[in-house]
Design a protein around this ligand. Structure first.
Ligand SMILES: [Zn+2]
Ligand SMILES: [Zn+2]
Length: 409
């Protein structure tokens, strides 16, 4: 534990824990209600209305309609810093197969990433902070749409999120399957990857499968290309850096005896560092074009930049870790948590403001985006306690006094 930390205030932890625990059944029921009524990105109308209604009832200034369905709840309590905490609200186009009593009632739509849980966690913290929170400063609770499209955070920022609701720092969390329930993972620096896509069309000259010499076979060219693409990570990326090139889709031809005119490939490219991201963006099209040309074919490459890596700021990550250590003790805090190669559009918020994104263990559950996944209700209360303690410490009266101390003449 860092030397800067005061002795853990056992009584203080108990004050928050017991109050959150007293309402935990209510928030588990709320989480399951959201789970039963999942909504796709930018269509979170019911969820957004529910969030706004609760926040207003607890005395928050509520702003709706940011990026469509986004909501910000604000509490102002005297002088001090300004804190942003973000939760995501959207579900995925997946048919749920958990068989749970509270399974999705919307066919083909499912909370398979636990955003139902993230929303309920922040609401549980919101209630406590409004009714019993001890702090001075301004609290902005940001409920974001469309994380799964990688579009909601950027749209909120483009619509003036941080100008309308200035934040000195912004924090977020994600539940993480197969990490012990309630374990907190903190990563300083890159924590999740940049995500880009390449759509490649290899065009040749189709013809009879029995007369290949009269064709330019795009299937053979594509096969060589797929193999060659593996050399980008193996031979071009620095072995100490992270890069992923995955061909997730290949389509070409219909019949065994017909050589098609073209083959279409779809790739995902992941990286942590800007220089690796730029290298993938350069090498994938170059290799595709050269490989196709070597077979007399042509490759058209549509390279689509997705979103940047989640890069946690050092000071805010140290702060988030200290809060976790103070709240849960060292056995539940994984200070050397490994970065993940999944992606998250909270990246845009961390480009705009300092902050940190932490991982909260979901226990032994199915993976995120699986039709069998479910958010672990046992972590709802501890995660809410974490947000409360982070907010109270960030917006402590000490910090408020420091901030507003008159300069000595
Ligand atoms: Zn997801
Ligand atoms: Zn998610």
């Amino acid at each position: 534990m860092g030397a800067a930390l005061p002795t853990p205030a056992v009584k203080d932890i108990h004050r928050v824990e017991s109050a959150i625990a007293a309402h935990s059944d209510e928030f588990i029921a709320l989480r399951r209600d959201i789970h039963q009524h999942p909504e796709l990105s930018f269509q979170e109308h019911r969820t957004s209305a529910l969030v706004a209604e609760r926040l207003a009832a607890w005395g928050y200034e509520v702003t709706t309609g940011i990026a469509g369905t986004g909501v910000v709840g604000t509490l102002r309590r005297g002088p001090g810093k300004r804190l942003g905490i973000r939760a995501d609200m959207d579900a995925l186009p997946i048919q749920e197969s958990t068989g749970l009593a509270y399974a999705s009632r919307n066919a083909g739509v499912m909370h398979a990433c636990g955003h139902d849980g993230h929303t309920a966690i922040l609401l549980a913290a919101a209630r406590f902070l409004a009714q019993s929170g001890v702090f001075s400063g301004t609290l902005h609770l940001i409920f974001q749409p469309a994380e799964e499209l990688g579009a909601g955070a950027k749209k909120m920022i483009d619509e003036g999120l941080f100008e309308r609701f200035p934040c000195d720092a912004v924090f977020g969390l994600h539940n993480w399957p197969c990490v012990g329930a309630g374990h907190v993972g903190c990563v300083s620096g890159p924590a999740m990857a940049a995500i880009d896509q390449a759509h490649i069309t290899v065009r040749g000259k189709g013809g009879h499968g029995a007369q290949p010499h009269e064709t330019v076979d795009p299937v053979v060219a594509a096969a060589h290309l797929i193999t060659a693409l593996q050399t980008i990570v193996a031979r071009n990326v620095d072995p100490l850096d992270m890069g992923v090139v995955t061909v997730g889709s290949i389509h070409g031809g219909e019949a065994s005896n017909v050589i098609p005119g073209s083959v279409a490939l779809k790739l995902t490219a992941r990286s942590f560092k800007p220089e690796v991201r730029a290298l993938l963006q350069r090498r994938i099209p170059a290799l595709a074009k050269a490989q196709a040309e070597s077979f007399g074919a042509v490759a058209e490459v549509d390279y689509r930049l997705g979103f940047p890596p989640v890069v946690n700021h050092e000071a805010e990550t140290a702060f988030a870790r200290e809060v976790a250590l103070d709240t849960f003790g060292p056995s539940l805090v994984d200070a050397a948590f490994r970065p993940r190669t999944a992606s998250e559009d909270f990246a845009f918020m961390l480009q705009a403001r300092p902050g940190s994104y932490v991982f909260f263990g979901n226990g032994d559950s199915a993976s995120l985006h699986s039709p069998n996944y479910d958010f672990n209700d046992a972590i709802l209360a501890p995660a809410a306690v974490y947000w409360v303690r982070l907010a109270e410490r960030f917006l402590s009266f000490d910090a408020a006094t420091e901030e507003h101390k008159e300069p000595t003449p």
